[in-house]
Design a protein around this ligand. Structure first.
Ligand SMILES: [Zn+2]
Length: 54
């Protein structure tokens, strides 16, 4: 019990979960307008998965 200000994740932004396998997705490589590949799990995901509502 020390710092109560920032206890959980400091420095690392929360990663979205892969809609296919549920693994945290660090990078999405877009291979088409509606197709992308998640890394590191490698599943096919929408290329806008990492976008935050804009
Ligand atoms: Zn996956």
């Amino acid at each position: 019990m020390g710092d109560a200000s920032d206890g959980t994740n400091d420095g690392s932004p929360p990663l979205p979960d892969c809609p296919t396998c549920g693994a945290p997705v660090a990078v999405v490589t877009a291979s088409g307008p509606h197709t992308g590949s998640a890394s590191p799990c490698g599943c096919s995901v929408p290329p806008d998965l990492l976008r935050r509502g804009d």
